[in-house]
Design a protein around this ligand. Structure first.
Ligand code: PLP
Length: 386
């Protein structure tokens, strides 16, 4: 299989697996215990905290380990709302992950949500962002990079505007960390998730600026300095630390430029062979690993199935919405028609992909697209397979 769905999840790196294995075998101590087995587990968690902090330029004490990116996102909202009981307004971009929008709507139905529109390129407008901030805004949140389109937002500028207005700022960097250099400059909260950058699933972290309000989502034991109850998942946390260190090395070596070269090679091969391809999102502001395309007369669901049969893993929409028939809300937020949304695919690389794989993927995709087009009447309606 050629795996080009790295915005959904990534392969665990061999060195990350090696780092975590002792903590599943002989080093099974509880970090809260005082004998050597427990103390070694605590030391491993402390080291991982340093590794994660170093990747984003934070202090170790500003990192709270969580069970996933979703929990980090939820915790940021819960913290801001708890800090300001008289502020019941949130500003989110219209393209945030459901971990943000869904939590706000389901858990805090009393809160008024302003969902900031994006332009055709997928980006927010900073003037509109500033205008949306109000004295009763508890938190503004704009994601670093969209999981579906790969479009990056002007988060540093947005954070500065939020602070001018006296509003806390969070960025969901789940799909940016490990793919591009990410720093915490100017943010109150930042979410990341291990499985998006070669750690296993089941571990994430929330950066909480020192002094920023915090409200634990899980209450019980005093783990994580009282910020997240529950016995630490030591092996996963160690893996997150190892993945952070590996990501720092990759980024220091500019590996993301090689990934972008391969992504562009794939895009060029498809464009040279096929008509009716449309790039979605502003190419000047996208992740180096992501290619988001709409393909005329090709239902994305059909293409995914055919490509999968031929050994190629790609996505339509975000992983969470794959299998649903509705057009992607991200594409709709960018002003695209249902037809264009339903014919959109996401191809997302990692630094593990090779040029041979990319050339093979291009040949497979071209063959699949030509086959689907040959079976469908010209201009027929797009019907997405579920
Ligand atoms: N935020 C973004 C941008 C994501 O892409 C995802 C995962 O798809 C999440 C949050 C949720 O992360 P997790 O799967 O670790 O809960």
């Amino acid at each position: 299989m050629i795996y080009l769905d790295n915005n959904a999840t990534t392969r665990v790196l061999p060195e990350v697996l090696e780092a975590m294995l002792p903590y599943l075998r002989e080093e099974y101590g509880n970090p809260s215990t005082g004998y050597p087995l427990g103390r070694r587990a605590k030391a491993a968690v402390d080291r991982a905290r340093e590794q994660v902090a170093a990747l984003i330029g934070a202090a170790p004490g500003e990192i709270v380990f969580t069970g996933c990116g979703t929990e980090a996102d939820n915790t940021a909202i819960a913290s801001a709302l708890a800090a300001f009981p008289d502020r019941r307004h949130l500003v989110l971009s219209a393209v945030e992950h459901s971990a943000m929008v869904g939590f706000a709507k389901a858990v805090h139905p009393e809160v008024e949500l302003t969902e900031l529109p994006v332009d055709a390129g997928g980006r927010i407008d900073l003037d509109r962002f500033r205008a949306a901030l109000r004295p009763d805004t508890a938190l503004a949140s704009v994601m670093w990079a969209n999981n579906e389109t790969g479009i990056c937002q002007p988060v540093a500028e947005a954070a500065a505007l939020a602070h001018e207005a006296g509003v806390l700022f969070h960025t969901d960097a789940v799909n940016a960390v490990g793919k591009v250099p990410v720093t915490i400059a100017g943010f109150d909260y930042l979410s990341l998730s291990g499985h998006k950058f070669h750690a296993p699933k089941g571990v994430g972290a929330l950066f909480v600026r020192e002094g920023a309000p915090f409200r634990p989502l899980l209450v019980g034991g005093g783990q994580e300095g009282g910020r997240r109850a529950g016995t630490e998942a030591v092996a996963q946390i160690v893996a997150l630390g190892a993945a952070a260190e590996a990501a720092a090395v990759r980024l220091a070596n500019d590996c993301q430029h090689e990934t972008a070269r391969l992504r562009d090679r794939l895009q060029a091969a498809l464009s040279a062979a096929l008509d009716g391809l449309h790039l979605n999102g502003d190419p000047a502001h996208r992740l180096p690993n992501t290619l988001h395309l709409s393909i005329d007369r090709v239902p994305a669901g059909d293409l995914l199935l055919l490509a999968a049969e031929r050994g190629l893993a790609i996505a339509s929409g975000s992983a969470c919405s794959t299998g649903k028939r509705e057009p992607s809300r991200i594409m709709k937020a960018m002003g695209h028609s249902d037809e264009r949304a339903l014919s959109s695919i996401r191809i997302s690389l990692s630094s593990l992909n090779t040029e041979e794989e990319i050339d093979e993927a291009a040949r497979t995709l071209i063959a699949c697209i030509e086959k689907i087009r040959s079976l469908r009447p010209e201009g027929g309606p797009v019907v997405v397979a579920g």
